[in-house]
Ligand binder design. Structure first.
Ligand code: IMP
Ligand code: MG
Length: 178
């Protein structure tokens, strides 16, 4: 384990189980729908690529990149679109894929925009959830697991663009960011 990591919160085995469970559930829920899986870059990439390979349905993928001007570990709710979607949403049932839901401000902003783009429905899958931190009225439809109110990295999640390639979710030592 990397020395900057306090402890492993979600192991590789647990991530595999989460992807299998959510993929199965999504496969059932989106039968007969025109599914577009929409990843929020960059944190979504590892989760999304594993998740879609557990969804046994025809589907399309697209990505959006947003920045939520934060100081190191907090988002502010002032969100900027860095990369918009390429696909016209009309006719699609959209599944937003996010790495972690914290205050909910980023997803509130993104889902409000997508609602004006003609999608039939918009659902949210998040790998991790910190429910006690919620400020914006956002409830995810699919959750991998809850995590405590600690800064976590790995499997796509970063601190200052580092640690994304860790194969597990780890709690970052406070000494790294305090
Ligand atoms: P929200 O707008 O407060 O819900 O922030 C969500 C975004 O903040 C996520 O998509 C992450 O990019 C980032 N974030 C929130 N908590 C963490 C964390 O513990 N580790 C890494 N990134 C986080
Ligand atoms: Mg993110």
């Amino acid at each position: 384990m990397l020395s900057d990591i306090e402890k492993v919160l979600v192991s590789e085995d647990e991530l595999r189980e989460i992807n299998a469970r959510l993929g199965k559930q999504i496969t059932e829920d989106f039968k007969d729908k025109k599914l577009l899986v929409l990843g929020i870059l960059k944190g979504c990439v590892f989760f999304m690529t594993d998740l879609v390979r557990n969804i046994n349905l025809p589907l399309s993928i697209d990505f959006m990149a947003v920045s939520s001007y934060g100081s190191g570990t907090e988002s502010t709710g002032r969100v900027k679109i860095i990369k918009d979607i390429d696909i016209d949403l009309s006719g699609y049932d959209v599944l937003i894929v996010e790495d972690i839901l914290d205050s909910g401000r980023t997803l509130k902003y993104v889902s409000d925009i997508l609602k004006t783009r003609g999608a039939i429905s918009i659902k949210i899958a998040t790998l991790l959830d910190k429910p006690e931190r919620r400020v914006a009225p956002i409830t995810p439809d699919y959750v991998g697991c809850d995590v405590p109110d600690e800064f976590v990295v790995g499997y796509g999640l970063d601190y200052n663009q580092e640690y994304r390639n860790l194969p597990y979710i780890g709690q970052l030592k406070r000494s790294v960011y305090e």
